[in-house]
Structure formats: C-alpha cells, structure tokens
Write a protein that binds this ligand. Structure first.
Ligand code: IPE
Ligand code: IPE
Ligand code: MG
Length: 251
C-alpha cells in the first residue's frame, strides 16, 4: 500500500495508520500553576490553549474522534472556588471556540452526568452541540462530570429496566447491548489514550472503552502540551504492534 505521510513539527506520520479515536486525560494544570507561583485556577485557564491547539491539530490530521476528560465525577470534591472557576472556564471556552469548531467541521458532543452541571453550562453546551450537529470532519467529545463506574452503573440499571419491562431478554444481552447503554453509544473504542503530567492511572475514565487502547504517558503538564507532544504520542502509537490477542505472525 502506498505510504501516505503527514509531516508536522518534523515528525512523519503514516496517514493510513492514524488512530480513529484518541482520548486524553488532561492532567497537571494545578502543578503547572504552582511551579509558576500562581493560583491553581490559572493553570486551568492556561490549559484551554492546549485544548484549542490539540483540537485543531487532530482535525487537521484527520482524526475522527477526540475525547477530552475535562471534569470527573470525583472533581466535584474540589474546593468550591476551583469548581466554580472550572465551570466558568467551560462556558467561556465554548463561546470562544464555536467559530473554530464551525470553520473546521467539528461536531461537539458531551458525555457524563450533564444534569449535574450548572444551568449556564448545560445551556451553553446544548447550544454548541446543536449548532455543530451537522459537522462531520471530526467529533469532539467532552467528558464532563464523567465517571466510568457511574456510566456502567447507569447502564446496568437501564438494562434491568428493559428486562423487567419485557423489552429485552436476558439471553439477548451481548457486549454490543451494553455498549448501546453507554454515553459513548455509536462511538468507536478508544485506540490511543494519552495522559499528561506523569501520573500513571486511569482515574475512572472510559473503563469499558479503553479495553484494548494503547496507553501513552508523558511527563509534560497539560498547559505545556503542544502540537509536537501530540505528534510524538501519535508517532509512538504508530510504532506499536496491536495484536488483539493474536501472534505477530498472524497479523
Ligand atoms: C487537570 O489538572 C484538570 C482537572 C482535573 C479539571 P489538575 O487540576 O488535576 O492538575 P494537578 O493534577 O493538580 O496538577
Ligand atoms: C483526572 O484528573 C480528571 C481530569 C483530567 C478531568 P485528576 O487530577 O482529577 O485525577 P486524580 O484524582 O489525580 O487521579
Ligand atoms: Mg490532577
């Protein structure tokens, strides 16, 4: 097959081997701010630049799904001032990024317990989702008030209800049935999961969906994450062999 190469930041990628779905745990905003002698929230503000650049680069490269972990169910336990600021940043970023989403053909979607978000954030989200629903170049998925265990618990409840109602037979339940009850219904599995800031954990993110994802960890703190860091992660992904249980020889 003809090798179609993409070059950016002096890193060459094979366009035919791009991950379909990239997910990112954007971590390290607080430590970035602390290192600069600033308040934690300044790190979150700075992190929006990295979000914007990552979204644009992924769209340019032709990645179909980008899921960003922006706020976890556990993050509600943070000090109120920090939570309030994060919600404010969410609203202002959605407003600011709408033109970019439109120019680049990006469709916005959100996953998580969205009803927990402040009304203003829910309203802004719903608006941007509606205004971008016909875009088809890339899907940008924001995980907000998202927790994978909560998502799975919720799926079990919905399945149980359908069984009790007689709409579903227990024997009919397959892996694909469970997928249909997740927030990520109709989305492909994650191919590449990136976590910044040197932490090596999943923190309740997409547990079902990352079953066979390639994991990539970098020490870079999220506000410092640039195009080059993304290209390095993608290059590293392309240099791996995904065997899905088979032997090398079978591939
Ligand atoms: C990630 O950065 C952003 C959110 C969780 C909202 P952190 O705020 O967790 O930054 P650190 O981990 O404290 O450095
Ligand atoms: C995970 O980061 C959540 C997001 C990036 C939104 P945290 O910083 O909250 O994760 P833990 O608590 O250190 O595992
Ligand atoms: Mg953190």
């Amino acid at each position: 097959m003809l090798l179609q190469l993409l070059e950016m930041e002096e890193i060459l990628l094979d366009q035919t081997k791009l991950p379909k779905h990239v997910a990112v745990i954007m971590d390290g905003n607080g430590r970035w701010a602390k290192n600069q002698g600033l308040m934690r929230v300044r790190g979150h503000e700075k992190g929006t630049k990295a979000v914007s650049q990552t979204v644009k680069t992924c769209a340019k490269l032709g990645i179909k799904y980008l899921t960003l972990y922006a706020f976890s169910t556990e993050n509600w336990k943070r000090p109120k001032l920090e939570v309030d600021t994060l919600m404010r940043i969410l609203v202002s970023s959605l407003r600011k990024e709408l033109p970019t989403l439109r120019e680049n053909g990006i469709r916005l979607k959100a996953v998580g317990s969205l009803h927990q978000l402040p009304d203003k954030a829910q309203k802004e989200l719903a608006e941007v989702v509606e205004l971008t629903k016909d875009n088809d170049k890339m899907n940008l998925v924001l995980a907000l008030s998202y927790g994978s265990r909560e998502e799975l618990t919720n799926a079990v409840k919905l399945i149980a209800k359908d069984v009790v109602r007689g709409d579903l037979e227990v024997e009919q339940i397959e892996e694909s049935t469970i997928e249909n009850y997740l927030f990520t219904k109709d989305m492909p599995d994650v191919d590449l999961l990136i976590r910044t800031s040197g932490e090596h954990r999943i923190s309740n993110f997409l547990l079902w969906q990352i079953a066979y994802a390639e994991l990539y960890f970098t020490n870079t703190l999220w506000p410092d994450f640039r195009k080059k860091d993304l290209m390095m992660a993608l290059k590293n992904y392309q240099d791996r062999e995904r065997r899905f249980g088979k032997t090398s020889e079978q591939l």
